[in-house]
Ligand binder design. Structure first.
Ligand code: ADP
Ligand code: MG
Length: 389
């Protein structure tokens, strides 16, 4: 694949590239819908992501080309940029705009992107392209940003330049990810701990339901409101800022204050899920994958029944996984109502798993999922160039 990309660069720009950068996508292993409740998430970088090949030019322009999209673009160095319609190159242009805003000196650059991660499927190809661009420019032109500043810069691109509201988890995990580590992260304080996550004989299967994620945004806002209602009720007796400031034991002593059954269910998910993340970190750290898998199923069950953000498609995947001896745990990941599920699957059974889950899902849902295998990979970086044959 790297050889092919080098060839693509040569064909498109008529010269050799000089450097190759890579930024992964991410999945959240556990800790869903609790980041906005002061809780802990536990994402990891995956081994699929976005490659960026670059070569400087003397023409005073940035040129953008992506193997994944047909549109190309060119903007002058130092020019002020605004978002243009819905084109993909808004992502790198937004990054450049932030460098401009901060008065950083940039020079002309020819760029070629390639994502081998499913795009617009919830694995954060957007954070991946933002972070790979920011990292490359910072590295090539001595931008002087720290990695955390690059994360915040990329989030600015997503939230302000592109205009999509989202937390910092995505940019953080693709930048700070480490091979065979999960990141237990508080999205408010950005305190995090890299948790040893040796998957041993297992890999991370990613099952994209291929369901358009229509409901996610309105339901997301509804859940935020329900959590606020639960918090307000608990505050009558407890001095807390977030639902995740208390554990399940304390919650159980005070939950009588929440009179609405639905609000109580939502809060129960939040508090228990936060406890599950801590147990999951311990299970991974102790290398007890079976316990981690059990927590994945418990997380999914809670998201499906208490938080009600799953749906037939995601439930179908997890229902297929549960009785399967080659699968140790599975759950929906991301906001829900579609998007992806993840499963820990025996490495040597992956092909069989992929064929069987596809068949089962297609029969139940009416169209096929996409199934990928991944490991827990490194965060953004400069790749060593291939040795010339
Ligand atoms: P997700 O982050 O879940 O993959 P988004 O809709 O947030 O989905 O981001 C996808 C968008 O990011 C694409 O439509 C495109 O504009 C941009 N993008 C991601 N990867 C690439 C790539 N390899 N080449 C060009 N644009 C990309
Ligand atoms: Mg995105």
């Amino acid at each position: 694949m790297r050889e092919q990309l080098q060839q693509d660069f040569l064909t498109h720009y008529g010269k050799e590239h000089q450097h190759t950068y890579f930024s992964p996508g991410r999945v959240n292993l556990i800790g869903e819908h609790i980041d906005y409740n002061g809780g802990l998430v536990m994402p990891c970088a995956v081994t699929m992501g976005t490659y960026l090949l670059v070569a400087p030019n003397n023409d005073g322009v940035f040129r953008f080309k992506s193997v994944n999209f047909k549109e190309t673009a060119e903007v002058a160095v130092g020019s002020s940029n605004v978002k243009k319609e819905q084109f993909w190159f808004n992502y790198p242009i937004g990054v450049i705009e932030h460098f401009n805003k901060d008065g950083k000196e940039l020079q002309g650059l020819d760029m070629l992107y390639f994502g081998n991660i499913p795009i617009a499927s919830g694995l954060s190809s957007s954070a991946s392209i933002e972070v790979v661009t920011a990292y490359a420019l910072n590295d090539l032109f001595n931008g002087g940003y720290t990695k955390l500043e690059l994360v915040k810069l990329a989030k600015w691109v997503e939230n302000v330049f592109i205009g999509l509201q989202s937390g910092i988890m995505d940019q953080f995990s693709v930048a700070f990810g480490e091979k065979d580590k999960a990141l237990m992260l508080n999205c408010d304080t950005l305190d995090y701990q890299a948790v040893d996550s040796n998957l041993g004989d297992y890999l991370l299967a990613i099952i994209n339901t291929n369901k358009p994620r229509k409901l996610a945004e309105s339901k997301y806002n509804e859940r935020v409101q329900e959590c606020n209602a639960a918090l307000a009720a608990l505050k009558q007796e407890l001095d807390i800022n977030y639902l995740c400031d208390i554990n399940t034991e304390t919650f159980n002593k005070h939950k009588h204050l929440i009179t609405d059954k639905v609000v109580l269910d939502r809060a129960t998910h939040v508090v228990e899920e936060n406890d599950r993340v801590k147990l999951a970190a311990k299970a991974l750290n102790d290398n007890v994958l079976a316990e981690f898998g059990r927590l994945m199923y418990a997380s999914h069950h809670s998201l499906s029944t208490l938080y009600e953000v799953s749906g037939k498609e995601l439930d179908t995947v997890v229902n297929f996984c549960k009785p399967n001896a080659d699968v140790i745990g599975a759950r929906m990941t991301g906001a829900g109502f579609g998007g992806c599920a993840i499963a820990l699957v025996k490495k040597d059974a992956f092909d069989k798993f992929s064929a069987e889950v596809t068949e089962y899902y297609t029969k139940e849902v009416g169209y096929a999922p996409s199934v990928y295998s991944s490991l827990i990979g490194d965060g953004v970086g400069l790749l060593p160039e291939l040795a010339h044959a």
